[in-house]
Design a protein around this ligand. Structure first.
Ligand code: PLP
Length: 463
């Protein structure tokens, strides 16, 4: 080892001396002493490692104090953090799917900080039921007779199968044996739920007579699964929900409809070709399942709505207790459903619907303004706006291309990938996408009140 390195190792600062540096005085007020000592020890260890690797570092106490401060700052960073979604994918599962409306988030905050009527009837002064907060509201909005909400739609599917068709056969079309992602596949859920999957038809075509022939002594239910994250096109045929419901009823069976996305308002005029919850009931479905955080635009939850006779069985099932919602989610669900009482307002107030229904022109104007703002501050990058295709995401409406606009950035002094990495490393991480050598920030999924932070990050990284 070079003499100079040996010398530096000998001169590494002592922990006590570093602790008395003025740089650390505020930190010592803000943190327990032991935490700061740990950070300083870590800093000295970092310096030793750097010397052994032959790097040229300054071994002063001041350097150690600054490294310690950096370590303290990093240890403060939360694992689950807010990010800015510049991908143009509205329901980005990895980024937490639906953004909650502001009024919903505020209500949750209030419920979280206090005691609540979670299972308490204030009129009678006796124990109440947590299911009663939302079932009437859900019925009013969807046309169901009763409803229950649990942890998510995967749990809802499992619970419905276990409670309504245990040890029985459930008839499903081969064209609807969906994999949602992760370990959620309809055939596997059937197995776990202790039901026997009775597949009928083929991948592309299933006829009513396929179902008719499959129904027998041991059939417990007929199930339709909305192919929410894929479409089968071309020479295809499936049985409409109406006919399936009628067949089920003629045989004294329930028709279970896993809708997945949970669309409440008809958004056909925006190109969203998804069945609404109300349309599933109109078709005659007995039990309808859908997610809380897909097109409903609320918190993660699985909503099971339908005929009272079936929902009653579900409410008494042990899984209802095992998969029950907490007060924050219940509050968020109630608030979200309430917004739907005024459908036009829902399109504005619920971010998921707002982002999907916002006209492309508006997104273009927003992109042009933001691009102009960046050009005005003179950052070292070429800025333009680019037309693109956004997605609903979250396994919903796979065929819908959202006509969208992004601000396209090509930095002059760093690579595009480096810029993307720096944006991800920003105080509020900003998630972009890179395409054809451009960094794109889609203006459909970045909220107006996130533009300032986004601009500041770009200016800081690119000046
Ligand atoms: C998304 C989806 C599920 C799973 O819902 P989660 O709320 O994500 O658990 C189940 N079935 C269908 C058809 C879906 O689209």
């Amino acid at each position: 080892m070079a003499d100079i390195s040996k010398e530096k190792l000998r001169n590494l600062p002592k922990v006590d001396q570093v602790l008395s540096r003025p740089e650390l005085s505020v930190a010592l007020e803000d943190h327990p002493r032991e935490t700061v000592v740990e950070a300083v020890r870590g800093a000295v260890a970092d310096m030793r490692k750097a010397i052994l690797e032959g790097r040229d570092i300054n071994v002063s106490e001041e350097t150690a104090a600054n490294i310690a401060l950096y370590r303290l700052e990093k240890s403060e960073v939360r694992s689950l953090r807010r990010v800015i979604n510049g991908t143009g994918i509205v329901l980005h599962t990895n980024l937490g799917r639906a953004r909650l409306p502001r009024s919903v988030a505020e209500a949750v905050s209030s419920i979280a900080q206090g005691y609540s009527t979670l299972e308490y009837d204030v009129e009678k002064g006796v124990r109440g039921s947590r299911h009663d907060h939302i079932n009437k509201l859900i019925c009013r909005i969807t046309g169901a007779e009763d409803a229950i909400a649990i942890n998510n739609n995967a749990a809802a599917t499992l619970m419905v199968l276990m409670a309504l068709a245990h040890r029985k056969e459930v008839v499903v079309s081969r064209g609807e044996l969906v994999e949602i992602g992760g370990a959620f596949r309809v055939p596997d859920i059937m197995k776990v739920g202790g039901t026997i999957l009775k597949e009928v038809g083929t991948t592309n075509k299933t006829h009513l007579y396929d179902y008719e022939r499959a129904i027998g002594e041991n059939t417990g239910a007929v199930m339709k699964v909305h192919t929410s994250n894929y479409r089968i096109l071309g020479f295809t045929e499936d049985v409409p929900a109406e006919q399936l419901a009628k067949l089920a009823h003629d045989n004294g069976l329930p028709m279970i409809y896993d809708l997945g996305s949970g669309l409440i308002l008809d958004l056909q005029s925006y190109g969203l070709d998804e069945p609404t919850v109300a349309s599933a009931f109109k078709a005659g479905a007995d039990v309808v399942l859908f997610s809380g955080d897909k097109l409903l635009g609320g918190p993660q939850a699985g909503i099971i709505a339908g005929k009272k006779q079936y929902i009653d069985i579900l409410k008494k099932h042990p899984l209802a207790r095992a998969m029950r919602l907490d007060k924050m989610t219940l509050c968020a669900l109630e608030e979200t459903f309430r917004i739907y009482e005024d459908p036009e307002n829902a399109k504005k107030e619920i971010p998921v619907l707002n982002m999907i229904t916002r006209p492309a022109d508006e997104v273009r104007t927003k992109a042009a303004r933001f691009a102009g703002r960046l050009r005005n501050v003179g950052i070292s990058a070429d800025i333009s706006i680019m037309h693109g295709i956004g997605r609903v995401g979250g396994g919903s409406a796979p065929m819908l291309n959202l006509d969208t606009w992004a601000v396209a950035i090509v930095p002059q002094k760093m690579s595009v990938d480096k810029l993307a990495e720096s944006l991800r490393g920003w105080v509020v991480p900003i998630i972009s996408h890179v395409q054809d050598g451009c960094l794109l920030l889609d203006m459909r999924t970045i909220a107006d009140d996130e533009l300032d932070v986004t601009a500041r990050a770009l200016i800081d990284i690119l000046v």
